[in-house]
Design a protein around this ligand. Structure first.
Ligand code: AHG
Ligand code: MN
Ligand code: MN
Length: 338
């Protein structure tokens, strides 16, 4: 007889509350609302090739990028699932420029939710993995009023929970409340997220790097030297590294979490802040990777210590195994290994 217990996401959060007195039943309910949204998005993603939901809406989002229909579908589902539970005083989505306020008819809560409803949406048409990213903060201003900018613009170290859902060969939800990281795979028959990856620890070092190397010419010299170093032959340090790049951050980060290595989206001479968004891409991933024993920096400092100034602020990101992130940091400081 196997000793394995069925552990649902809801039960896991409730049983974990001894360790997190702060994360009482409320966090459990809130994550369960999020997992419902994830199940609906997962279903829609799976049938995307069959329905006319594929393709562009024809409009651009606030970053000037074309919005796919599925991005907006995922955004709408998340708002619908999260705006009436009484947990939040404000929501912030990649797809909306301003804070999304909770309708007056619903109770206001003490948390703020940031989300990237669909990450890696350029991969929808080619059936590659995409994801949803979320990040939760506690409000700073007093209860009972709508959340304001001050509540939203908090450093990543203030996150009380973060996670992502990867819609891949199976759908997996990974979350942390800061101490440990756990993954739950969606059973498509029962519609239940079941614990499949308990206490994920990222390897201290690995031989995989992940970056859009097509931008090489535009990088700063330290980064160019680091990437060239990874491609040299040296048995002792396990070089050359392998390159893996899906172009969906959730997919690239999930692999990095499980296999180790480094994922980078750097700044370059055209985009001084890189491409990824601090509040709903970099910070939640940094919280997860740090809780799993890894590191996340913007090239100069710890991602989660950056004080945000705008909801949709961009940031360069170097994230993954501790050894690998510390090595790129050295190269960027001008201390190469030669
Ligand atoms: P989104 O689909 O939410 O706009 O995010 C796309 C991001 C991220 O998923 C990925 O790591 C990155 O864009 C890839 O960018 P490049 O195509 O420039 O490599
Ligand atoms: Mn994204
Ligand atoms: Mn997105």
């Amino acid at each position: 007889m196997t000793k394995t217990r069925f552990m649902t996401l809801a039960r896991h959060i409730i049983e974990g509350k001894k360790k997190h007195p702060e994360a009482t039943g409320e966090l459990s309910k809130l994550l369960s609302d999020l997992s419902l949204a994830a199940k609906i998005i997962s279903l829609e993603v799976n049938k995307a090739g069959l329905s006319n939901i594929l393709g562009f809406t024809g409009s651009s989002n606030i970053h000037g990028e074309q919005v796919k229909k599925l991005d907006m579908f995922a955004h709408d589902i998340l708002v619908k699932a999260m705006d009436h539970g009484g947990h939040f005083c404000a929501l912030v989505s990649e797809e909306k420029e301003n804070i999304i306020h909770i309708p007056a008819k619903h109770k206001l809560g003490k948390y703020i939710l940031f989300f990237d409803p669909l990450d890696g949406s350029s991969n929808i048409e080619v059936n590659n993995s995409i994801g949803t990213i979320f990040s939760i903060y506690k409000r700073l201003t007093s209860d009972g009023k709508p959340g304001i900018m001050e509540d939203c613009l908090q450093q990543g170290i203030k996150q009380i929970a973060a996670g992502y859902v990867l819609y891949g060969s199976s759908t997996i939800l990974v979350y942390t409340t800061g101490e440990s990281v756990h993954g739950f795979t969606l059973d498509p028959l029962f519609g239940e997220f079941l614990l499949s990856h308990d206490n994920i620890r990222i390897p201290k070092k690995a031989q995989i790097y992940s970056i859009n190397e097509g931008n090489y010419l535009h990088w700063e010299d330290g980064l160019k030297m680091y990437i060239n170093y990874l491609k040299e032959e040296d048995k002792e340090t396990g070089r050359p590294y392998s390159l893996r790049y899906v172009g969906s951050m959730v997919a690239d980060l999930h692999r990095t979490l499980l296999y180790g290595g480094i994922f980078m989206y750097p700044s370059d001479n055209r985009y001084p802040d890189g491409k990824l968004r601090l509040m709903y891409e970099c910070n939640p991933m940094a919280m997860i990777v740090e809780a799993a024993g890894g590191k996340a920096i913007n090239g100069r400092k710890r991602i989660m210590e950056v004080q945000p100034e705008k909801l949709h602020e961009r940031s360069p990101l170097y994230i993954g195994s501790k050894y690998d992130v510390e090595l790129v940091e050295e190269f960027m400081k001008g201390n190469s290994r030669k």
